[in-house]
Design a protein around this ligand. Sequence first.
Ligand code: 13P
Ligand code: ZN
Length: 279
Amino acid sequence: MIASLAPLLKKAEQKNYAVGAFNAFNLETIEAVVRGAESLHSPVILQLTEGDLEHCGFNETALLALYRAKSASVPVCVHFDHGKSPASVKRAVAAGFPSAMFDGSALEFKENVRLSKQTVSICRPKGVSVELEIGRLAGKEDYVSEVKSVFTLPEVAAEFERLTKPDALAVSAGTSHGWHSQKEVLDLALLKRIDAVTKAPLVLHGTSGLPDDMVRKAVNAGVRKLNVKTQLHDAFNAAVKKKLAQGETDTRKCLGAGRDAAQQVVEKRIRLCGSAGKA
Ligand code: 13P
Ligand code: ZN
């Protein structure tokens, strides 16, 4: 069934678990995410960036994700990830997304607030949940690219939330988009301080490189949505490569192996988030 972000994360907050948010872009990756959640009876966030949607057609891919979410036996929040402007979020809302992110993290505070408020005024009357971001993550994700992280300051996060009133708040506290040579070290104390002065459930982007024990600790520090893309795609690619190297020529079998490998990543992360059995 299709779910919106706000109620999904509210329940996670009450029961102290997090909901995994996985990036998909085609039928196989959508299946990997939904099947993983169904097999563990867990709620899940199926998210797509503008680049993911444009890969095979914005509205066509959105329809595919929404259709699959509807037929799922568990709550699936179909979420528009890293919206670059209120206009792009508006497009996602028109395509039927029940949840969307506006990422103004690269902007000056005032401009981030202005465009974030604009996004909220587009989404809220339609019952669409909104994720906003304050602080910057290093790395590359879709159109977002930063060389250095800027950690979120608790007082800035509190002021940003007071002015914009998001349903979920993405913060920067040590993770970065994509794989990195150094191990990622989360500033758990900072996360706890941010959580103490904000009301919205916290979101961590760029969690592919986060060690398993850190995922658990992040959940205990108040994180309710963890975004994973690179880990999922790497598992997919490796499984397809292996099939090809074995001489497999049936494309369905190659892509099917990718889908199943990605599903394993989804299931592992769901267990770490503590959401298995919570659907
Ligand atoms: P990773 O690719 O580092 O997992 O980040 C995913 C993400 O933040 C999607 O928004
Ligand atoms: Zn991200």
